[in-house]
Design a binder for this molecule. Structure first.
Ligand SMILES: CC(C)(COP(=O)(O)OP(=O)(O)OC[C@H]1O[C@@H](n2cnc3c(N)ncnc32)[C@H](O)[C@@H]1OP(=O)(O)O)[C@@H](O)C(=O)NCCC(=O)NCCS
Length: 184
């Protein structure tokens, strides 16, 4: 079963390892923390920041990934979505799709957002597929938008509105429950 729980300080070690893992780093627009101290400053900032909220994605109770919404205090009720499955064994097994459904419930029902948006590197097939399946729509294509490892990369701008998630939620949750990824 997949779940989300609030991020706590003790999750720092997992996040530090995951963020530096090559398959995660490959798809991030920014650079991973070089040292534990830099990472801890980032984590302390996140935990104290009302503008951002992070959750640990758990798989059968064990930490498997991270999900974050940023921009929660802006006046537009819109937040940026960021996520990864840090545990390599958990990737490609529906964990991302399940965590995404739980995260969108948090965004729209618990936090009352109107819109969630994401920037995804254009070659990131897994993220584009997973987010498309939940109802994220393509709102833009940003050429040479991210400088990653010395190379300018194209980025796809995706977004989903509260009403779009509400229209799709039941069918997404039904298919995830059928695969025993989340409770029915
Ligand atoms: C993107 C990510 C969160 C998706 O989570 P996941 O648990 O691996 O994905 P799921 O198993 O839920 O599958 C989601 C979809 O992606 C597809 N997919 C999964 N891995 C894939 C891969 N390596 N290549 C192409 N498609 C892939 C699945 O087939 C599925 O599509 P479908 O619903 O049409 O069958 C995860 O792969 C990940 O963390 N990747 C590295 C970091 C990253 O890219 N983060 C997102 C940055 S925007």
């Amino acid at each position: 079963m997949i779940d989300l729980r609030d991020l706590v300080r003790e999750d720092g070690q997992h996040l530090f390892a995951w963020r530096r893992e090559p398959e995660v780093n490959r798809w991030m627009c920014d650079q991973p923390p070089e040292t534990q101290a830099v990472h801890e400053r980032w984590l302390d900032g996140l935990l104290a920041d009302p503008d951002r909220r992070g959750w640990i994605i758990t798989r059968s109770g064990s930490p498997a990934g991270f999900l974050m919404l940023s921009g929660l205090t802006n006046c537009n009720r819109r937040a940026e979505w960021g996520w990864y499955i840090g545990d390599p064994d958990a990737r490609g097994r529906g964990v991302g799709r399940a965590a995404q459904a739980l995260g969108l419930d948090k965004a729209f029902d618990e936090l009352g957002l109107e819109k969630v948006w994401a920037e995804v590197l254009a070659e990131n097939e897994a993220a584009l597929k997973a987010q498309g399946a939940a109802g994220f729509r393509r709102e833009g294509y940003l050429r040479s938008h991210a400088l990653k490892d010395g190379e300018f990369r194209d980025v796809v701008l995706l977004a989903i509105l509260a009403e779009e998630w509400r229209a799709r939620r039941a069918s997404v949750r039904k298919s995830l429950a059928g695969s025993h990824l989340i409770a029915a």
